[in-house]
Ligand binder design. Structure first.
Ligand SMILES: C[S@@+](CC[C@H](N)C(=O)[O-])C[C@H]1O[C@@H](n2cnc3c(N)ncnc32)[C@H](O)[C@@H]1O
Length: 338
């Protein structure tokens, strides 16, 4: 893109990273250095060769120990959102608080979580809402097993194995349906949107949190786009994150009314920089480099996602917001008319 046009675009981009604290965790290395490390250790082209391939099941089978021990809180498989810009594990509950708010708004009796993973979200909500029946649905048997084990004997929840491409009529009539960082794996938005709409009770709410490609993705600097594509592939989103506009349109076609969608990228920066710094230790450590050939491929590639994650949101720096990012972290809330 011509220099002038890029400068104009940058000037037109509002300061998306207004929180001063979001920048207090320094980067361990620049994007150029990060891409150099990734190329030397893994080969960027080798990683990107998986674009378009279905690696979801081997990815989650191999990544279980990484999610359990490294990524986040125990059993949690999503990003922390820290509204004050300082990383704290409380940030893993930010999305859950919004779901609790929606439950209260519609006085829900039945709640369905899509892609419930190891059960962190549903398990956090159920004890505080004893009169609400919660169901978590996940594709992977080992996630469902872990979720059931984590749940113990909480009476008002259950975890079932299944796909959001085929939601059983037994689970229909849900007052709130929510999905945290899972619908990025849907390759047919209309099909999933129809499943969601069919499973919702009239007046019910749908909440999704996820990464999304910005509508102007292709105008982001090339190295930022590469960071985004590496993040996508190394988290098994091999078709690339969807655009939020595509989800809004699919939900509308399925008969839902989009109430709002909000860009929460600035709240994700502190958590992404925290993971970036942990990953940098891996890339700097000779011990890990020696171990690398013996560790499962998809497990160890999570270090790539962690290393490049902040750059796909913030741009290539040196300060966040200096250049365009390629991805947003956003929430979308929709309603089924009565
Ligand atoms: C990044 S994890 C998020 C887990 C959970 N939502 C959380 O916040 O901890 C994505 C989850 O989506 C699940 N998943 C992927 N495709 C799915 C599908 N078609 N149906 C149901 N679950 C799916 C995966 O097995 C995985 O547990």
């Amino acid at each position: 893109m011509p220099q002038k046009k890029r400068a104009a675009l940058r000037a037109a981009t509002p300061d998306r990273f207004a929180m001063p604290h979001a920048r207090t965790t320094p980067f361990a290395m620049s994007l150029t250095e990060a891409l150099g490390h990734v190329d030397r250790v893994f080969g960027i082209d080798q990683i990107l060769a998986d674009e378009g391939q279905d690696i979801l099941k081997p990815y989650y089978l191999q990544s279980e120990p990484g999610y359990k021990r490294v990524h986040s809180e125990k059993g949690c498989m999503h990003m922390a959102l820290n509204p004050d810009g300082v990383y704290a594990t409380d940030g893993y509950f930010t999305q859950i608080r919004n779901v609790a708010y929606q439950i209260r708004q519609v006085q829900a009796a039945r709640v369905l979580e899509l892609g419930s993973g190891m059960g962190f979200n549903t398990l956090s909500l159920a004890p505080d809402h004893p009169d609400v029946q919660f169901t978590g649905l996940d594709l992977m048997a080992h996630h469902v097993k872990a979720a059931r084990k984590n749940a113990g004997h909480v009476p008002n929840l259950r975890f079932l194995q299944g796909s959001y491409f085929d939601i059983s009529p037994d689970l229909h009539n849900a007052d709130v349906i929510f999905a945290l960082e899972t619908l990025c794996y849907a390759n047919d938005l209309d099909a999933v949107a129809r499943q969601i709409a069919a499973a919702m009770a009239p007046g019910g709410r749908f909440v999704m949190y996820d990464g999304f490609r910005r509508a102007d993705f292709v105008t982001a600097p090339e190295d930022v786009q590469t960071a985004a594509r590496l993040f996508e592939v190394t988290t098994a989103v091999t078709g690339g994150f969807h655009m939020i506009e595509a989800w809004e349109a699919a939900l509308a076609r399925a008969g839902l009314v989009v109430l709002h969608s909000d860009d929460l990228s600035d709240q994700s920066i502190a958590g992404l920089r925290y993971l970036h710094n942990r990953a940098a230790r891996f890339f700097h450590s000779w011990k890990y480099r020696l171990l690398r050939p013996f560790l499962p491929k998809y497990l160890i590639r999570n270090a790539v996602a962690a290393l490049v994650g902040p750059y796909m949101i913030e741009g290539a720096g040196p300060n966040s917001g200096d250049t365009m990012g390629a991805i947003t972290y956003s929430v979308l809330v929709a309603e089924k008319p009565r």
